[in-house]
Design a protein around this ligand. Structure first.
Ligand code: GLA
Length: 392
């Protein structure tokens, strides 16, 4: 059996691709998406977040190409893209190529020459589902460029370079959580990250009796980009009004005493209470107090729905339906919101029953066929293979 698997792996490595090239002459690297267990919309407020890298990855296969050209093909897009690395890199169409250009520009800014490469992109991270397919792509590209050039970045610098790519080339003023989770993921662990000083701790999550289930509503981020920027601006306005650098520094007492408009007050209340919930959830997970962690996840969903207003009817239906199913400790929307996924912390023995019931109820209610899958906290970027004879 093992021999068969090794043979299959070897065959896939030396098999010629559609272009007649062998994977033995290619770099193959990958990086994971992430699911956030709790700590939503607090990373850009210097808060605490608790994501885990997942066993869904972006995989890049790359061959050397003539100097100065980056040729990109995605299994999920029709058009091939060619980028001239000798010209200043600029964002443009198609939008998925911007993540790659942004990372390449980050390397160039560090004085590292980005070599010509022919890159094939494949991914098992659903796009636009709040599982950070874009961060996975950025981190995979950074890993590829590290490997090809031999210039290895400090992992936190690498996450920051990828975040900057997203800011400048994709136009999303995101926090650091997604890129950090992809870079620092560890198998069987969640990552408690303090976004104020970027210190982190891996929290074991390997009890076989407990599983993470992801329920994809298949609703895409409507208005997500502009709404995200507006939420971020509200938080910054609240911090300025309270006289603190970020809402991480603020307390509920300060907020109650201040005279913020009703909406800004609710936005800030979400952030302050969510940071406290995340600290409590990390403590609960460490002691295996699943029910307590689950209650905090439910409270997080309510706060995101009512105070921060980033949920949507489909997410609410899935979260409310799951919340009362036997074997569900807790569940909540995960990621930026306005669609995407619900994450559930559930008893492993009940996974099948929960998935079936939830899918049937959701499809009946919305008419949309969802996707449900189990995930395991996974490791960060991987170099799967390098061209034979390559020394970096
Ligand atoms: C998106 C952003 C993250 C974070 C989440 C919300 O995924 O990329 O930085 O702000 O939304 O928690």
């Amino acid at each position: 059996m093992i021999k068969l698997r090794i043979m299959a792996r070897l065959n896939s490595l030396i098999a010629p691709t559609g272009n007649g090239r062998s994977q033995a002459d290619a770099w193959v690297v990958s990086a994971p998406g992430r699911v956030n267990l709790i700590g939503e919309h607090v990373d850009y407020n210097g808060g605490l977040v608790l994501p885990a890298a997942i066993d869904r990855r972006v995989v890049l296969t790359a061959w050397p190409l003539g100097r100065g050209r980056l040729r990109l093909r995605s299994r999920h897009a029709e058009r091939e893209v060619e980028i001239d690395l000798l010209q200043p890199l600029q964002k443009g169409e198609p939008s998925w190529a911007n993540y790659i250009k942004g990372v390449a520009a980050g390397f160039q800014r560090l004085g590292i020459t980005v070599p010509g490469l022919d890159v094939e992109i494949d991914s098992t991270v659903p796009a636009g589902a709040g599982l950070s397919s874009s961060a996975a792509l950025e981190v995979a590209v950074a890993t590829l460029l590290e490997e090809v050039t031999g210039c290895r970045l400090d992992p936190t610098e690498k996450a920051l370079l990828c975040q900057r790519a997203e800011h400048e080339f994709a136009g999303v003023p995101c926090g650091i959580m997604d890129q950090f989770a992809s870079v620092h993921g560890r198998e069987g662990h969640a990552l408690l990250l303090d976004c104020r000083d970027q210190t982190f701790e891996h929290i074991p999550m390997s009890d076989p009796a407990v599983s993470l289930v992801i329920f994809d509503t298949k609703v895409k981020h409507r208005l997500a980009g502009s709404a995200y920027a507006r939420r971020r601006a509200s938080c910054e306005a609240a911090a300025a009004a309270l006289g603190v650098e970020t809402l991480r520094e603020a307390t509920l007492e300060q907020l109650e005493a201040a005279n913020l408009d009703e909406e800004t007050h609710r936005r800030a209340r979400h952030v302050i209470t969510e940071i406290a919930r995340t600290a409590d959830a990390a403590a609960a997970l460490k002691s295996g107090a699943w029910a307590a962690a689950g209650d905090l996840m439910r409270a997080s969903h309510r706060s995101l729905r009512d105070d921060f207003e980033v949920s949507c009817p489909e997410l609410d239906f899935a979260a409310d339906t799951a919340a009362v199913l036997e074997g569900v400790y807790g569940c909540r929307m995960t990621g930026g919101g306005f669609g995407g996924c619900v994450v559930g912390l559930v008893a492993t023995e009940a996974v099948g029953e929960i998935s079936d019931r939830l899918s049937v109820a959701y499809q009946k209610h919305t008419g949309i066929e969802p996707a449900v899958f189990l995930t395991r906290p996974s490791g960060g970027p991987l170099v799967e293979s390098v061209p034979s004879g390559h020394v970096s």
